[in-house]
Every structure is written in structure tokens, then in C-alpha cells.
Design a protein around this ligand. Structure first.
Ligand code: PGA
Length: 250
């Protein structure tokens, strides 16, 4: 950890219904009982649960985020979409932008850049996901890909302080496979170096995401340049989510 907090961000993806709200009780209790620890917990449920999560988390130290938004800063005729202004109004503080599952669905670096600009303009903090595919890794293009994602994604972005970066190798998401420590360290350092050099961000916050679980957290936490974790599957079960946090500090 090189920053003030370790971040633990729960990305629920397209999972969860009203019943899953109960899983929050244990996490709320855990967060209350451990307020001496330097961690920040953030839940990113699907849009359908944002309002319920907001009500439940209102009086806690746990923050709320959404998983994506439309690039338009204001309302408009875009059937099926939600903009960052709407997210802000409903109580979200964060929004995940550039997740590989959305990149795979056609989101380009340019579109992601527009989303980052409109979301920062509307007062949200961004969890900006970057990462290479297995093919890109095999071709040894990882650094080139990461650099391009950063350079285009952050073009003309003013509020750089409001951005957290999540390094998520695509081949690691949902597969149970995590990068080797030296590989991870090397890529996180590369990202931080780029952000410092090209964007003058003094202390960039870079998280790791991809198959994080209570089983591998002891290995991952050794990489000291990592400032937290973006957790998919394992974040849906309160016990696993809490275990990851606990083990990080033990
Ligand atoms: P995973 O997902 O932990 O299920 O691999 C992480 C993510 O996609 O953010």
C-alpha cells in the first residue's frame, strides 16, 4: 500500500436481487467494528439495486458506486441508458469505467475517455479499468496496450485526482488465474510511472482486479505497490469479501 487507504471494491456485475441486500449486514458490522483500519469499502451493484444499497449504506462508512454510464453528461434520448448525473443524484460516489466486459462489447478507448470526462464533470469518482487480453500478453504487447488505454482514456481529463485505476488483466477475470507477483509488480509500477510522468499524478492509486479471493489474497498482498482490489465473484458473499479484507491486514 502506497496510499492512505487500501481499497476493496465489490463489483457485482449482472448479479443480485432484493434478497442479496442481506449480505450487506455482516459487512456493515465488520466495517463498524474495524474503523481503526485504513481501508475503504465500495459496493458497485447493478443499477436496479443502487437505490436500495444507498438507503442501506447511508449511515455507514461504505461507499456506493455504479458499474458504467452513458457518455452524455446530460439527459437525452438514449433508450436503456443511464448518465453519470443520474448516478450522482441517486447517491453513487463512484462509477466503474472501461471494464473489459464492456470493452469486449464494443467500448473503445475514445468512448471510455468521453465517459470519464462526463462523469468527472458530474462529480463522480472513477474506477478506471485497464488491462491486456491473453492474446496481447502472448504477443508481449501488454505495456503498449496499457499505455494506449491510459493515454487515450485520460485525454483532456481535468480532475485526475478523482480517478482510481484498476489493473485487470482480462485473462485473469473470472478464470481463477492470477499473474505472477513479479509480473504484477512490474505492470503496476509501469502504470504508476506513466501516470506520474505523463499526467503529473503524484500518488496514483492503482488497484488489482481479476479472480481475487480469500485463497490467493496472501500472495497478492505481497505486491506492495498495489493500493487495493477490485473484486468480482468473491464480493457477492459477505464472508469471502470480509476474509479478503481481514487477510490483507493480517
Ligand atoms: P472476478 O472479477 O473477481 O470475478 O475475476 C473482477 C472484475 O471483473 O472486476
Amino acid at each position: 500500500m502506497t496510499n492512505k487507504y487500501m481499497y476493496f471494491i465489490a463489483n457485482w456485475k449482472m448479479f443480485g436481487d432484493i434478497k442479496s441486500l442481506n449480505t450487506l449486514d455482516k459487512v456493515i458490522k465488520f466495517s463498524k467494528n474495524n474503523n481503526n483500519h485504513k481501508f475503504k469499502l465500495i459496493y458497485c451493484p447493478p443499477y436496479t439495486l443502487l437505490n436500495l444499497f444507498f438507503k442501506k449504506l447511508k449511515k455507514t462508512r461504505i461507499d456506493l458506486g455504479a458499474q458504467n454510464c452513458h457518455q452524455n453528461e446530460n439527459d437525452g434520448p438514449f433508450t436503456g441508458f443511464v448518465n453519470s448525473k443520474m448516478l450522482k443524484k441517486i447517491g453513487a460516489k463512484y462509477v466503474i469505467i472501461g471494464h473489459s466486459e464492456n470493452r469486449a462489447n464494443g467500448e473503445t478507448n475514445v468512448l471510455i475517455n468521453r465517459k470519464i470526462i462526463s462523469s468527472t464533470n458530474n462529480g463522480l469518482k472513477i474506477i478506471f479499468c485497464i488491462g491486456e487480453t491473453l492474446m496481447e500478453k502472448k504477443k508481449k504487447h501488454t505495456k503498449k496496450v496499457l499505455k494506449k488505454q491510459i493515454m487515450t482514456g485520460l485525454q483532456k481529463v481535468k480532475k485526475l485526482k478523482n480517478i482510481l485505476f484498476a489493473y485487470e488483466p482480462v485473462w485473469s477475470i473470472g478464470t481463477g488465474i492470477i499473474p505472477k507477483n513479479h509480473e504484477l509488480e512490474n505492470n503496476v509500477e509501469f502504470i504508476k510511472h506513466n501516470l506520474k510522468r505523463n499526467f503529473k499524478i503524484k500518488n496514483p492509486i492503482v488497484l488489482y482486479g481479476g479472480s481475487v479471493s480469500p485463497k490467493n489474497i496472501n500472495k497478492l498482498k505481497i505486491v506492495s505497490s498495489i493500493d487495493g482490489f477490485l473484486i468480482g465473484g468473491a464480493s457477492q458473499k459477505s464472508k469471502k469479501f470480509i476474509d479478503i479484507v481481514k487477510k490483507t491486514f493480517n
